[in-house]
Design a protein. Structure first.
Length: 234
């Protein structure tokens, strides 16, 4: 058995507008903390949502303790604002080539089960998957960006939940992290999982991804047979 731990942004979907995350995050940070800090100028790809908020507000005098103390309201307001801004998602999120077909093929294969391991806070991840019609593919509990500011923590958190859910003693090498950034590869390595990179991210070149030494690199998920052959080797 192989457990596939999927990133979302840049791997499964793109926002129709670059930096769209900031459209609903900046107003919420200003509402709760009185400032969005340096979020407007940050490149946030591969970071967890909690890490983004920490770094955005670090230099304007808002401590991590203050942020964590208001984490519940922050998550709630981010989700509300994202739902308001995105509407039904049709003009906001774009499904990347081959994603639905690949997930369908994997769901039909007895070797694979899928979960989300993403920098998105959990309700945001669920909202995105609901809006693009992918939510039913992720049948296992995952790990999300409101659980840690360090993406390295997330695969182990997901694995613990999945082992309990399946009542199976799964080794780290039975997990495969699939993502588009160096942070996805790094968190896989930290946990001991395999790492498959996809070249559909907006912010890293193929050369930059290869420097991180993923176990495999796919240009995208458009060739379902290539995806299956690649995973079969891991």
């Amino acid at each position: 058995m192989r457990i596939l731990l999927w990133d979302i942004d840049g791997t499964l979907i793109h926002s129709a507008q670059v930096g769209a995350y900031k459209l609903y995050t900046i107003p919420v940070l200003e509402e709760i903390f009185g400032t969005a800090g340096r979020l407007a100028e940050m490149r946030v790809s591969g970071m967890t949502d909690l890490q983004i908020v920490f770094e955005a507000l670090r230099d304007v005098g808002v401590s991590q303790e203050e942020i964590l103390a208001r984490a519940e309201v922050l998550v709630s307001r981010l989700t509300e604002e994202a739902r308001r801004v995105t509407g039904n998602g049709e003009k906001f999120f774009v499904l990347l080539p081959g994603v639905r077909e690949t997930l369908e093929a994997l769901a039909a294969h007895p070797r694979y089960k899928s979960a989300l391991v993403t920098g998105n806070i959990k309700p945001m991840a669920q909202l995105k998957m609901e809006l693009v019609g992918l939510d039913h593919f992720f049948t296992l509990p995952g790990a999300f960006g409101d659980e840690s500011h360090n993406r390295r923590d997330l695969p182990a958190r997901a694995a613990e939940r999945i082992r309990e859910h399946l009542q199976m003693n799964l080794a780290p090498e039975q997990f495969i992290v699939i993502g588009d950034t160096p942070n996805d590869i790094d968190c896989a390595r930290h946990f001991g999982a395999r790492a498959v990179a996809v070249g559909t991210g907006r912010f890293y070149s193929t050369e930059e991804i290869l420097e991180c030494k993923p176990d495999a690199l796919l240009p995208d998920l458009a060739d379902v047979e290539l995806v299956l052959r690649t995973l079969q080797k891991l």
